[in-house]
Design a protein around this ligand. Structure first.
Ligand SMILES: Nc1ncnc2c1ncn2[C@@H]1O[C@H](COP(=O)(O)OP(=O)(O)OP(=O)(O)O)[C@@H](O)[C@H]1O
Ligand SMILES: [Mg+2]
Length: 448
């Protein structure tokens, strides 16, 4: 039988001197407010299983008990009542030494403002958990360097945290958790302090790492979009209780109660996913400085008939088509002058699904997503939009969030394309292109 990575059974946490009595009354049906004189019931009767390799998201308003819950999962806080098991082993009443062992070997945690040690280098910060484990210096530096590489920080090993941007520090925190090489990662609002673009990048990186390393992740967030992008399942907490555990799609289409409905009320389904969350990495781009022959070669290699042209800064200049390139090449043309069709339909990363539809319908290529300086960030294939917009077969006539979510998830856009060769092309067979797994995202972007 499949052993859950994490199992919580009827878990309670009450802060206060009469916590046991509070739990007894809660079990007898009293409300959180009624037991208030006995203590603060932060988590009430929580039960769930997290499967190995699953990303389990916990959402809820401030004070609903999310941090308390996650802290019980690695024994930072003992539950007042109930059972918590990691890998099938009960951690509810093990010794302090055993708990430390679990935190070293099985469960790492990434905090929102994790304390990097300011006078230690990036490498030594990432190696810190291994140092605590007693791993020898050469070995821990090697493993820390590997995990820094995975989070895009290769080359930054000898810098101090103060020399890094917020996003990069967050990566060090992630690298530190990865260096410990535990199967389970607990992440408490780990990305919430980051600005939206960096946050997006970190989400992608997490999805990518999760896919390659197969970690089990418990991720807390306030942000519904983040929850839907990352989560295989989402638990919604209210006043200490888990009121619903479901896929994003089920939560959208069948909210368990008024609270959950309100929680998601602001989310217009077609607006949940933006171009930024939906875009994938372009198959190929044509360097503007190349001539028709270079362009034709790129198209041939990518097996596409048209592609976007970008310059060294990845600024989008338009698109070229194979037939015109071939004619020009035969006529002896050596530059792309006059062959680039300006692209007028490109959208910004915050464009909603609904707003992408019209421009996508006109475009010959997958819709280009560009930043404020018209640099190409990614592309949205039309078929991905069509799938996301298609109504469900049930009576629920709303757009199918499941398709939308899975499409968004299946094609996490890469870190911004870093080389001009990495960009857009129209696959000859759009359906195939959309079904293809995304190209591996690069990690060198982390050095920014
Ligand atoms: N150490 C503590 N002692 C007493 N009360 C606590 C303690 N930690 C948390 N609480 C209370 O437990 C409740 C849940 O807090 P918790 O930090 O788990 O919420 P949260 O969902 O993580 O909120 P936020 O989104 O603001 O981080 C709150 O009422 C909080 O005041
Ligand atoms: Mg919290």
């Amino acid at each position: 039988m499949n052993v859950s990575a994490i199992s919580a059974q009827n878990v309670y946490k009450v802060f206060g001197r009469r916590s046991q009595e509070a739990v007894r009354r809660l079990q007898a049906g009293k409300s959180r407010d009624e037991v208030k004189p006995l203590g603060t019931a932060a988590v009430i009767d929580a039960s769930f299983e997290v499967q190995p390799g699953e990303t389990f998201v916990v959402m809820g308003l401030s004070g609903s008990g999310k941090s308390t819950l996650i802290r019980m999962l690695n024994g930072l806080l003992p539950p007042t009542a109930g059972r918590i098991a990691v890998d099938g082993a009960d951690i509810s009443d093990v010794s302090a030494a055993q708990l430390r062992e679990i935190r070293r070997r099985k469960v790492s945690m990434v905090f929102q403002h994790f304390a990097l040690l300011p006078h230690r280098t990036v490498l030594d910060n990432a190696a810190y958990p291994l140092e605590i484990q007693g791993v020898d210096k050469a070995e821990r530096r090697k493993r820390a360097a590997e995990s820094l590489g995975m989070t895009g920080l290769a080359g930054w090993e000898d810098h101090l945290p103060s020399q890094l941007s917020g996003g990069m520090r967050q990566r060090v925190g992630l690298a530190r958790a990865l260096a410990a090489d535990t199967d389970i990662l607990l992440m408490d609002e780990a990305f919430s302090a980051l600005d939206p673009l960096i946050r997006r990048e970190m989400q992608d990186q997490l999805v990518e790492l999760q896919a390659t390393l197969g970690k089990t992740i418990v991720f807390i967030t306030h942000d519904l979009n983040e929850a839907m992008y990352l989560g295989d399942r989402i638990a919604v907490m209210r006043d200490g209780r888990i009121v619903q555990i479901d896929t994003a799609e089920k939560i959208l289409s069948h909210p368990a109660d008024e609270y959950v409905a309100k929680f998601i009320a602001d989310v217009d389904r077609s607006r949940v996913l933006t171009a930024g969350s939906f875009m994938s990495r372009p198959v190929v781009t044509i360097p503007k400085t190349g001539g028709p022959q270079v362009a034709l070669r790129e198209l041939r290699q990518a097996q596409v008939s048209a592609a976007y042209v970008v310059d060294k800064r990845r600024v989008l200049h338009g698109s070229v088509y194979d037939d015109e390139l071939l004619t020009a090449h035969r006529q002896g043309a050596e530059t792309l002058d006059g062959l680039i069709h300006p692209d007028t339909s490109a959208v910004g990363p915050d464009t909603s699904l609904a707003e992408m539809f019209a421009p996508a319908a006109e475009a010959r290529l997958p819709l280009a997503v560009v930043d404020d300086e018209r640099r190409l960030l990614g592309v949205v294939p039309r078929v991905a939009l069509l799938e996301a917009m298609a109504p469900t077969s049930t009576a629920d006539s709303a757009a199918s969030p499941e398709v939308a979510v899975s499409a968004g998830r299946a094609t996490p856009h890469g870190s911004e394309p870093t080389a001009e060769h990495v960009a857009a092309a129209q696959p000859k067979n759009e359906t195939t292109a959309a079904a293809e797994p995304p190209a591996p995202t690069t990690t060198e972007g982390g050095a920014r």
